[in-house]
Design a protein around this ligand. Structure first.
Ligand SMILES: Cc1ncc(COP(=O)(O)O)c(C=O)c1O
Length: 491
């Protein structure tokens, strides 16, 4: 009997009135399409009012509420108060802005409610296909391992877990690492904090991650790396991994992967790459040469949800040695044995390639996004983002009252307003004030950082909606607010 024809009590949690639910769903789609089309008419950010925060802390009603009532609340209390990363003038942190096709595929995935731990189902094949595309894009061999994860933070945990497994000859899973020579790893002083977190989570401790200074080009200094490895060996430690960064969070800097590969080989180190957003440069013929050597690394962590615009969340790790990847995580009990055919077949299962058993269908939004735009258009979008960064860099350099804090690399610009008579501390205060005004007036959302110890306005353009007019508007607003605030803040 079709679900819709069953007597009411058997309908479980499905709607009592399917047609009313259909009407609400259509309305929601219309509302969200309009919302996306009209993002530019809205402020880039607005503060959550107190009454909304209060409404969002009310206790759960045990009796349940109608879909219409909850949807009305969503429109009033949730939708207007996003961080703003779908807005063309959102430039903060490293946030992707999503796409309509990504949103639609999120609905389809949620409706299917697939669990991609494994087993025989098309959604698993979709994830495998997405991973094959990623392998091809980055030059990883067939047979290399891979899995989609929530983001680069988790992808780095998985990549380094495989490195730890290799370094301990597979003993880590049973014995832990406490009775072995200390495993130590290396990364640049510009690396993201997710790498230290991975060391913490893997029981290695963040002290075991040595921060190597950058060289004149801003990449991890290979000579200092080799010296640190030798010192650690001499001290009885076990150097096991180096984590390179392509696209550093603060300034967009790149490590030289070819050189680091040679150093890693000389010292038997695993080479993991954090390519959270910078790996997307691979799609651009103009910028791909920066990533030379990416096809030779041991593991690569990157995000689809940043510069590749897949809606949150969608990260990925690729592991050159697929067998080692599996050996690091494989674990089955009776209730998870697979069969030769039927729903319990379909090996290999993704639960053997990461820490999670139940896994959502995030592959579908990646599949829709890559198929719809194609690598060429996504590559052009990456180049357009970099063009906007170059435009902002040039404008900053042309304005006496603005100052670049670091060379513009790819899509990241760090700059500040300057007032000739102000002390460094006063300039920090002034620029912090400008940042907050830009946010609170809803004009634009750069994020705060420090470059060379000084406060900077950081613009990271991972936003396919950003055009030259948005860049110009940011520069104008910074100048106008800077002039206004420098008269108010004591500089
Ligand atoms: C260079 C870099 N690495 C790692 C991460 C962490 O990625 P995720 O937020 O996807 O976990 C980020 C996030 O911005 C990043 O910029």
């Amino acid at each position: 009997m079709p679900t819709s024809d069953r007597p009411l009590p058997e309908r479980s949690l499905d709607p009592q009135d399917w047609e009313a639910f259909r009407a609400l769903s259509h309305r929601a789609v219309d509302d969200m399409v309009d919302w996306l089309r009209q993002r530019d008419d809205e402020p880039a950010w607005r503060e959550v009012p107190d009454e909304v925060a209060e409404a969002l802390s009310e206790p759960l009603a045990p009796g349940g509420e109608t879909e219409e009532a909850i949807y009305a609340d969503f429109l009033e209390t949730v939708l207007p108060y996003s961080l703003g990363n779908t807005h063309p003038r959102f430039f903060g942190w490293v946030h992707g802005s999503g796409t309509p096709i990504g949103a639609l595929s999120g609905f389809l995935a949620a409706t299917m409610n697939a669990n991609l731990g494994g087993r025989a189902q098309a959604p698993v094949l979709v994830e495998r296909q997405v991973l094959d595309w990623a392998r091809e894009l980055f030059g990883f061999p067939s047979g290399s391992g891979g899995i989609l994860l929530s983001g680069t933070s988790m992808a780095t945990v998985v990549g380094l877990a495989v490195a730890r497994h290799r370094a301990t000859g597979g003993r880590d899973r049973v014995e832990g690492v406490q009775d072995m020579p200390r495993l130590v790893g290396y990364t640049s002083s510009e690396a993201h904090n997710s790498i230290a977190k991975a060391f913490e989570l893997l029981g290695l401790g963040s002290d075991a991650l040595r921060e190597i200074p950058v060289d004149a080009e801003g990449g991890l200094d290979p000579e200092q790396l080799e010296r640190a490895v030798r010192e650690d060996r001499a001290a009885g430690h076990h150097p096991f991994a180096v984590v390179a960064t392509v696209g550093s969070v603060n300034t967009g800097g790149f490590d030289d992967l070819e050189t680091l590969r040679r150093v890693a080989d000389r010292h038997d180190l695993w080479l993991h790459v954090d390519g959270a957003f910078g790996a997307a440069a691979q799609l651009s013929p103009r910028f791909a040469p920066i990533l030379r050597g990416i096809d030779e690394v041991d593991s690569l962590a990157f995000d689809f949800h940043k510069w590749l615009q897949v809606p949150y969340d969608a990260g990925c790790v690729l592991i050159r040695d697929g067998e080692l990847h599996r050996a690091t995580f494989e674990s089955r009990r009776d209730y998870l044995t697979s069969q030769e055919s039927g729903a319990a077949s379909g090996e290999p299962w993704f639960c053997d390639f990461g820490p999670e058993l139940s896994r959502g269908f995030r592959a579908l939004k990646v599949w829709f996004t890559l198929r719809h735009y194609g690598t060429e258009r996504l590559g052009q979008m990456v180049e357009r983002s970099c063009d906007q960064a170059t435009r902002l860099g040039a404008r900053v350099e042309a304005e006496a009252e603005l100052e670049l804090m670091a060379p513009v690399t790819l899509n990241v610009v760090c700059f500040r307003y300057r007032a000739p008579t102000a002390s460094p501390e006063e300039l920090d205060r002034l620029n912090r004030e400008i940042l907050i005004e830009l946010h609170e007036q809803g004009l634009a959302v750069p994020s705060p950082t420090r470059v060379g110890g000084r406060f900077a306005l950081r613009v990271c353009i991972c936003n396919h909606r950003t055009g030259p007019e948005d860049i110009d508007a940011l520069a104008e607003a910074t100048l106008a607010i800077g002039q206004e605030v420098s008269g108010l803040v004591a500089v």
